[in-house]
Design a protein around this ligand. Sequence first.
Ligand SMILES: Nc1ncnc2c1ncn2[C@@H]1O[C@H](COP(=O)(O)OP(=O)(O)OP(=O)(O)O)[C@@H](O)[C@H]1O
Length: 523
Amino acid sequence: MMAHILVVDDDPIQRRLLKNAVERHGYTAHLAENGRVGLEFLKNSSGVINVIVLDLMMPEMDGLSFLAAIRGMGINTPVIVQTGQGGIETVVEAMRAGAFDFVVKPVSPERIAASVANALKLDQKETKARAVRRRTGAIGFNDIVSASPDMLRVIDLAQRAAHSIIPVVLEGESGVGKEMVARAIQSGSDRAGKPFITVNCGAIPHNLVESILFGHEKGAFTGASERHTGKFVEADGGTLFLDEIGDLPLEVQVKLLRAVQQGEIETVGAGKVQKVNVRLISATNKDLIEEVRAGRFREDLYYRLNVFPITIPALRRRKEDVPHLARVFAERFSVEQKLPKAVTINASAMALLTAYDWPGNIRQLENAIFRAVVLAQGDELTADDFPQIAAQLPDFRSSELAGSAVSNAPATFGSASEHAVREALADSPVFANNDRVRAGRPDAKALLAAAYPAAENLIASTDDAGEVRKLADVEEELIRFALKFYRGQMSQVARKLGIGRSTLYRKLKDYGIDPDDPLKEAA
Ligand SMILES: Nc1ncnc2c1ncn2[C@@H]1O[C@H](COP(=O)(O)OP(=O)(O)OP(=O)(O)O)[C@@H](O)[C@H]1O
């Protein structure tokens, strides 16, 4: 494959050096002298660029603003950032903003080639995987990975909604799984197998929303050279999923109200109404009632649509789901990538993933695992395989992160200042104060306890292999904890645990617990 590399650098000498290095490896180089020109190029090049090499220090639009702008445009092309000596803080920022790798100037042709090769590996697999994902068929409730009580409640509500045609509003931040739940509702309803049509109301220009939803006749307005069937008609007999409903212009809201109330739509320019049989599921990441108060959303429509609201919590509010999701994604991507064996995730990587807050929710976690699986060197993912997450958790450190390579590029290419940056990314005051972590290779629980001091008294529901723990093991741990907590006051321990004293004594015997030294392991 002929790969295309965009070099964004204000220094003409650097541009020429990079161009030579890139071309020597058989890639095509495109050059931009600043961020603004680079952005223009990306806008007009319709996805031709596979990797971007970006200078961080540039006048007019610096590298960080460029990174933010392309991510805002939904461009996920891997970006390698370059910085001068001493630019540690900016590099850390860039890694946080989603850069794939970084190099410190002056960069050798071998170093840049290794980094580009890694980035290309990711870019190609990502393109393929996206195509695979798009082709996947119906999604059912069984596909929704969940372990947290909050998510189980969401599924329970959604399953109930599936049994009727009641309008549902799914509320939640971007990437929490609103569309997935909407698809599962459709699959679990008697409309399964019928059309499921999605409209992202926030992504369509305001003047086109009406015609996209309700269709238009030929010549209905300037530019309407063909008759167009609207999404309501396409969804007839099935489900219409209106994403970002809060972004619908007020004038279209009136028409939507009529469609909901009377099951009738009027195609633009047709002059007559048409009956449709559509089940509506709407989604929003805005607070709709707030939109009503602000006059941006019609109150009557709000009450019509919001008959059955279901709120899907952000991933950071249901961290129990993280290990399960991570494991399922790792298995799925291993299959998609045709790996001989499914990659596993080791305890410190799992602790890192669990400690992170995932502002992009499950979509971001899914992408992070995808990237790690694609670039994995062995069949186990470690914290090193999540450099961008580690970069965003500067307070999180495992022994594996210390001094490690942020990228998978061979360490021999790294300069002294690259090493310094990688050390800076891994440095952590939290871990420095934790004996269990300092003492040696930390286990997952120690890492979690270090990331969350309050987690010291958490009792885990899953074991190191990610399976649900035996009830007896959890009971034993709880009794040991209670004895320590109430300093061996047996009557208080029994009362708080809600059992009689004789039962408590029997359990102490069963588990071999010494009430005077509850943490001591039975001989
Ligand atoms: N519980 C889950 N189990 C497995 N995969 C999930 C789960 N929730 C979400 N996903 C996956 O995460 C990605 C994002 O989910 P989805 O598109 O449904 O989110 P969304 O809330 O509709 O996002 P947006 O508001 O940005 O449209 C999808 O690839 C989806 O398959």
